[in-house]
Structure formats: C-alpha cells, structure tokens
Design a protein around this ligand. Sequence first.
Ligand SMILES: [Zn+2]
Length: 98
Amino acid sequence: MSIKIVKDNIVLTNPEGKSISIPMKSAEECEKASFVVCAPLEWHDEPPFKASVTGTCSVCGKGIWYSTLTTPKTPPKICAYCAVNKLETAAAEITKTE
Ligand SMILES: [Zn+2]
C-alpha cells in the first residue's frame, strides 16, 4: 500500500497497482461525515498516531485506534471491517436500482 498526495486528493495504491483517489476535506467538512473509518486494534502493536487512544467500533464493538487530535469528533467511529461491509451494501443498492 502506498499513499500519495496528488493535487487535493489522497491516492491509495495497493500492491497490485490499483488506485483509489479520495478528495481531501477540511476538518470542518469532516465533522459532517456519516462515519469515520478507524484501524482495528490488531492492525498496530504500537499507537499509530500522535495522541492515539483506543475506543470501540460503534457498529460491532471491536477495539479501534483513533487520534484525539485529528479524528473528527461528531461522526460515529467504525472499524475498517464494518466500513467495507457498509460500502459493499451501498454498492449492491446502487447495482439494484440501475
Ligand atoms: Zn466494526
């Protein structure tokens, strides 16, 4: 996985060379997000960010890492596994209505 900043986008590239581009948002806009994706505890042996703390996923209750400095405070925090499920469900809904 590589992470690059291109113009105003964060570009994530996996080992197979597939990329996704995510537009950067201001901290204010991030507070309006539907949810914040957090790393499950088992992904990092050491705290991954400045001011890292642990919490729980608001969907499944799994332990997660987040930052008291940079993680938006308003949206519910969910683990990466639940985020994938949500995105798969959303993609299936879109496919159904097409
Ligand atoms: Zn979860």
